[in-house]
Design a protein around this ligand. Structure first.
Ligand code: NAP
Length: 277
């Protein structure tokens, strides 16, 4: 039996088991996907012994994504550029490979829901400068975004990202985020604001063109206050669940040897669990 897991601290909140166990059952595979709560001081040792514990690989969530990259023998281009890994797998020689599939997940869902998001080269507005924002900047730039306006409450963090990603990323002061929406074709919320238990995102959409797309990577609730406000004024919206589902695809394929599909049935299955929690 092949086994994989998600490693975090805490880890009980992870939605990954719902996705991978659904696929294991759907494709009739002899495999298991488990939860591993690993303390920060123990992550190095845990990853060294991943194969001995019987795992073919793992997903990695907070706060271990940087440690996972550091522990990897073979990080790919995305993990290196993003500076963090969320997907690990062991090869036949026992080498630990690492990837970051958040950019892939976000871009795959965005391209499906809003294929023309960059057709006219208008600026993209990204809110947030945490780990997820880093992945999104990487994905957008790789996909050809010409200008990204980046706003974050803590401006230093936005400046650091702009420095890392180059001149196509321009920092906008957090106080100016409303007016800066003026010429944008895509707005992405990559902060944790709007998530269940967090304050809502304080954003006035009045200046945003009505033909712009609004994406929120927060997926709990599925319909965030930002997406509801955008929908109400006629903007096309892209929710965070698609990113969550698509980011899981490459890991499952590595561990279990089948490239799984993201289907409306999977979406409904995970959405039902989100609704229940
Ligand atoms: P993170 O590294 O902790 O970053 C959090 C971000 O939110 C920072 O930019 C932070 O700004 C900002 N923020 C937090 N509280 C704020 C407040 N009160 N006012 C203004 N800004 C605030 O988290 P992350 O890993 O990037 O994740 C961000 C969100 O994305 C989470 O909700 C997570 O669940 C979601 N996510 C979704 C997916 C998916 O597959 N859909 C994948 C990854 C993450 P400061 O820098 O000023 O603190």
């Amino acid at each position: 039996m092949k086994r994989a897991c998600v490693i975090g601290w805490p880890v009980a909140h992870s939605r990954s088991p719902f996705i991978h166990r659904y696929w294991l059952k759907l494709y009739g595979l002899d495999g298991a996907y488990e939860l591993e709560a690993v303390r920060p001081e123990e992550i190095g040792g845990f990853l060294k012994g991943l194969g001995q514990r019987g795992y073919a690989g793992a997903n990695v969530t907070l706060p271990h994504k940087e440690a996972a990259l550091a522990a990897s023998d073979r990080p790919d281009e995305a993990a290196t550029a993003i500076g963090a890994a969320n997907t690990l797998w062991l090869d036949a020689n026992g080498l630990l490979h690492a990837s970051n599939t958040d950019a892939y997940g976000f871009m795959t869902h965005l391209s499906a829901e809003a294929p023309d998001w960059n057709a006219d080269g208008r600026p993209v507005m990204v809110l947030g400068a945490g780990g997820a924002a880093r992945a999104i900047l990487h994905g957008l730039l790789e996909a050809g975004a010409t200008k990204i306006q980046l706003a974050n409450r803590t401006e230093d963090r936005a400046e650091a990202l702009a420095k890392a990603f180059g001149s196509r990323v321009v920092v906008v002061p957090w106080e100016d985020r409303n007016t800066a929406l003026g010429a944008c074709g895509l707005l992405v919320n990559a902060t944790s604001l709007g998530m269940t238990g967090k304050p809502p995102l304080d954003l006035d959409l009045s200046a945003l063109p009505v033909d712009a797309t609004v994406a929120d990577i927060v997926y709990s609730p599925l319909q965030t206050p930002l997406l509801a406000a955008a929908k109400a004024r006629g903007n096309r919206t892209v929710d965070g669940l698609g990113m969550l589902l698509h980011q899981a695809v490459p890991g499952f394929e590595r561990w279990f040897g089948v490239r799984p599909e993201v289907t409306p049935e999977l979406r409904a299955h995970v959405a039902a669990h989100l609704g229940a929690s």
